[in-house]
Design a protein around this ligand. Structure first.
Ligand SMILES: Nc1ncnc2c1ncn2[C@@H]1O[C@H](COP(=O)(O)OP(=O)(O)OP(=O)(O)O)[C@@H](O)[C@H]1O
Length: 266
C-alpha cells in the first residue's frame, strides 16, 4: 500500500513525557496513516512502552499533543475518551485473558462494556471474530487449555470484536515459536488488508517487523532515530540503526522475555 495516499489517523506532535523528574520522551513527532502498519522498535529502555502507554491515553504528557482519529486525547474529557476507546483495540503481550471465563466470554467483554446488544448477538459476534483468528470451535475452552499462540489469537479476537479503526499490539510474537509467530504475522496483515485497520505494533522481533511493516519507527533514548520503510531502514548508514538491525536472534528472544516479565510485574 501507499501510506502517503491516506489520512493520518494518529498524529503525535512534540510529545514530551516524564516519569517523576526524568524526561523520557524528548519531543516525539510521528504520524500514522489510515490502513498502515507502523512498527515501533528500539533497544531496551528506548521508550517504546512509554510511547504506547501515552498513545492509549494512560498518561498525561508534560507537553505536546496526541491526536487519534482527529481527537486530541491529551485534552479531551472522559466521555470523549470513552467514545474513542470504542474505536481502539488493544492486544497486550501474554494475552491477559481472564482465566475464569471461557474463550468466547473473554472475547465478548468489550461488547458487554460498550454495547447494549443482547447475549445471543454478542455471542455470535464473538464467534465470528474467533473464526477470523482461526479459533472457530475453541469458543467454550478455558484459557488454561490453550497454547501460547492460541491465547494471543484469542486476545486479538477480543481486541477486534468492536471492529476498531485503530489496533495496538504489544509484542505479538514474544515467546512464540517461529511457525506460530509467522501465523500471527499473517493474521495481522489480513486485518489490515481485509478490515482496513490501522495497526501499531511494538516489537523486538526483526523478522516479524520486516515482514509486516509498512513503516518502522526506531526509538533511541527517547528520540525517534528514523521513521521509514524497511528498505530505507536497511539502507540507512546510521550506526545505531545498523546495530539494532544486526542483533542476534537469541539476544532478541532474551530481551523479549525480559520485557514481558517487566510488563507483567509492573
Ligand atoms: N514506571 C516507571 N517509572 C520510572 N521510570 C520508568 C518507568 N517505566 C519506564 N521507565 C523508564 O523510562 C525509560 C523508557 O522505558 P520503556 O519501558 O518505555 O522502554 P522500552 O523501550 O519499552 O524498553 P524495553 O524494550 O526494555 O521494555 C527507561 O529509562 C525506563 O527505565
Amino acid at each position: 500500500m501507499n501510506a502517503t495516499l491516506h489520512q493520518p489517523v494518529i498524529e503525535i506532535d512534540k510529545l514530551v513525557t516524564h516519569y517523576g523528574t526524568t524526561e523520557i520522551l524528548h519531543g516525539i513527532d510521528l504520524e500514522v496513516h489510515e490502513g498502515e502498519i507502523m512498527i515501533i522498535m528500539g533497544g531496551s529502555g528506548s521508550g517504546k512502552s512509554t510511547l504506547l502507554r501515552y498513545l492509549l491515553g494512560l498518561g498525561i504528557p508534560t507537553s505536546g499533543s496526541i491526536r487519534l482519529l482527529g481527537q486530541d486525547i491529551t485534552r479531551c474529557d472522559a466521555d470523549a475518551m470513552y467514545q474513542l476507546r470504542r474505536n481502539m483495540g488493544v492486544a497486550f503481550q501474554g494475552g491477559a485473558l481472564l482465566s475464569s471465563l471461557s474463550v468466547v466470554e473473554n472475547v465478548m467483554l468489550p461488547l458487554r462494556e460498550h454495547t447494549k446488544l443482547d447475549e445471543k448477538t454478542m455471542r455470535i459476534m464473538a464467534r465470528m471474530k474467533l473464526e477470523v483468528v482461526n479459533l472457530g470451535g475453541y469458543e467454550d475452552m478455558m484459557p488454561a487449555e490453550l497454547s501460547g499462540g492460541m491465547i494471543k489469537r484469542a486476545a486479538l479476537a477480543r481486541a477486534i470484536v468492536m471492529d476498531p479503526k485503530l489496533l495496538f499490539f504489544d509484542e505479538p510474537s514474544a515467546g512464540l515459536d517461529p511457525v506460530v509467530a509467522a501465523e500471527l504475522d499473517e493474521l495481522i496483515l489480513r486485518l489490515r488488508d481485509a478490515m482496513g485497520m490501522t495497526i501499531v505494533v511494538v516489537t523486538h522481533e526483526l523478522d516479524s517487523a520486516f515482514k509486516i511493516a509498512d513503516r518502522i519507527t526506531v526509538l533511541d533514548r527517547g528520540h525517534i532515530l528514523i521513521t521509514d520503510t524497511v528498505t530505507a531502514l536497511r539502507a540507512s548508514d546510521n550506526e545505531r540503526i545498523q546495530s539494532l538491525l544486526n542483533r542476534t536472534p537469541s539476544k532478541e528472544r532474551l530481551e523479549a522475555d525480559a520485557y514481558m516479565d517487566r510488563l507483567t510485574a509492573g
